[in-house]
Design a protein. Structure first.
Length: 256
């Protein structure tokens, strides 16, 4: 089995490789090109996923190392204390807002903001990353297979049956998302953990919701590719939406 050092090297190398692919495919003369729009969008999504995975490897490994230290350095746990998680969440929202507001004509600033946001956001995916590390290979393979199958099915639906996905979907999906968040809070206050039937049902419903989000956001990216203007292709905007869909889908599938 690949050890943590090898995994760090692997994911760091993947980050560099994907970055080169994006640079070669999504840019022309230093400006974002509209060519291969959907491919470039998913290349960015892949970059985000790999960056998050690498960040979690470094974070979890650092925490484990500090916990095993004879000095029991508590500073490793400071970042995941309740108060700091709230502050990091607020900072993450601020970075995301700045990322969305930054035009694609400022690629350097936009990419710096993207990397900063992903690094901060990785703290909130550490629990899922820890769960993945503790899974047996068979369970992990089943989880990944299910996840990929749903992503492919939802994305294909947007490509093959775009007329089925309506503009009003976003309003219904946002209402469902708000309801989901409220239900999560209520269940947490009531003391239901992830293994209870109530939380399992909620995770199943959430998986369906985010599968529909993937289909909707894929169609949105397809529409954007048709009206794209050279030098103004905003891949980060559309890939961020899909990335958040993927992360939430995977997290809820992991809870099942």
């Amino acid at each position: 089995m690949i050890n943590n050092i090898d995994k760090k090297i692997l994911f760091s190398g993947l980050i560099v490789a994907i970055a080169f692919v994006i640079l070669a495919s999504a840019f022309k003369n230093g400006k974002p090109t509209c060519n291969r729009f959907i491919f470039n969008t998913y290349a960015y999504v892949t970059f985000m996923i790999v960056w998050i995975a690498a960040a979690n490897l470094y974070l979890l490994d650092y925490i484990k190392t500090q916990q095993k230290s004879p000095n029991k350095n508590q500073s490793a746990l400071v970042v995941i204390s309740p108060l700091n998680l709230i502050l990091l969440f607020i900072f993450s929202l601020f970075l995301l807002l700045q990322l969305v507001k930054t035009p694609s004509t400022e690629p350097i600033r936009k990419h710096i903001l993207l990397v900063l946001w992903l690094t901060v956001f990785s703290v909130f995916t550490a629990d899922t990353a820890h769960s993945i590390q503790n899974k047996n290979p068979q369970a992990l393979a089943q989880l990944i297979t299910t996840f990929i199958s749903i992503v492919v099915a939802a994305s294909s639906a947007a490509v093959l049956f775009p007329h089925v996905i309506k503009t009003w979907w976003i309003f219904a999906l946002m209402i469902a998302l708000v309801g989901l968040i409220i239900a999560r809070i209520i269940f947490a206050v009531a003391g239901y953990d992830k293994t209870t039937p109530q939380q399992q049902t909620l995770s199943l419903v959430a998986s369906v919701i985010f599968s529909l989000f993937i289909a909707y956001d894929t169609k949105t990216a397809i529409i954007a590719s048709k009206i794209c203007k050279e030098g103004n292709a905003d891949y980060i905007r559309y890939s961020t939406d899909l990335f958040l869909d993927f992360v939430n889908l995977f997290s809820n599938l992991d809870d099942l």
